[in-house]
Ligand binder design. Sequence first.
Ligand SMILES: Cc1ncc(COP(=O)(O)O)c(C=O)c1O
Length: 450
Amino acid sequence: MIAGIPRARLGELHAREEVEFRHRHPRSAALAAAASEHLLAGVPMAWMRRWPGPFPLFVDSARGGRFTDVDGVEYVDLCLGDTGAMGGHALPAVAAAVADRAARGITAMLPTADAAWVAGELTRRFGLPAWQFALSATDANRFALRLARHATGRRKVLVFDWCYHGTVDETMVVLEAGTVVPRHGSLGPPVDPSATTVVVPFNDVDALAVALAAGDVACVLAEPALTNIGIVLPDPGFHDELRRLTRETGTLLLIDETHTICAGPGGYTAAYGLDPDLLVIGKPIGGGVPAAAYGLSAPLAAAVRADFEDPSIDVSGIGGTLAGNAMSVAAMRAALGTSLREEDFAAAIPLAERFTAGVAGVIAGHDLPWHVQQLGCRAEYWFGPAPRDGAAAAGAGDAELEAFLHLYALNRGVLLTPFHNMALFTPQHTPADADRHTDAFAGALAELFG
Ligand SMILES: Cc1ncc(COP(=O)(O)O)c(C=O)c1O
């Protein structure tokens, strides 16, 4: 909890917004009540309770940058499925490809013609020459880590403090007083995570050098900028040092672009000239259909090619019966062919800039020590100065304040991403959509601080 917030006022305002929320959403309330009968926590995935309001909104339909709930209320969607729909909801080409594939067979354990096109497109965008598919970024990360351990013969993985890479066991960790411990809330960690994982603060080149010098790290798994604890940008030169140190110590570098594809068609990697050994991309590349991919550099692909051609590959620990299924691959082809392209980012990024300028103006107007950070078509505000690492960002979190601001925005027709204050823009959004959030944000702070 941060200081300087009038908590009693915050509580009153939040209670008022909850009344309004209940009043507007009788059908969602009824569906939530019915769902709680046989769904643990009343939702298909427990984190769906983390939305603002006393119950989650139930969705009727979504298109472009908007969705409509079952009570007929339309929203500007700045969450976009936490990046899963970053190219826009209901992309026509994806809808057509899915319908076509559904009618012609969804999965047969055999390749379809779309796969080579998708792999070629991923190479064109990200630079790595060899690709395999998965159904989620979590799985793609898991498979890439296995490959890294196999290729290096080393056991450990290095991640940055307060990272998030999906539900990958090795990464559900945090540094506490210099010790690697399970992240608060991590259920049933399989082993003491210090046995598998080394953690260093983001942007801390000295700590990274010491950690890699031990020579037991197979792979550094990194988002190019942290995006799951606010946005923490790399210091100038950080990526050069990361690449230099990994090379010097024989450590592989895995860049997870699942969120940072917001920086452009080839993610942060293409935009800033990174040169990883492995790259993972999930979420939006299927236009919302489960799809992910991991790419290998030429030397790494050469090193593991024989293993991938070995008859024992079906029990390698890398795979999944439905991975690379015809529908998933068709969706990737349709999504990559019609969204997340240069021209799409050219339309979406100015909207994120507009959001950022609007929020910055409101923060400055109240003389608050908060900041708003933008990376491509993603922007996020946070209740402290721009942090250099995840722990500093985590220290400026405030669940109570966040819940109020999100609910306030929702009651005014704007959906922000739960867990943090993130907004994503798609070309189908408009300047008025960005301003709608600014107005709600301004209204909330005016009521809170008077
Ligand atoms: C950077 C990053 N990588 C991987 C994932 C995992 O994606 P999924 O939940 O689709 O497996 C996430 C999810 O938020 C993420 O933010």
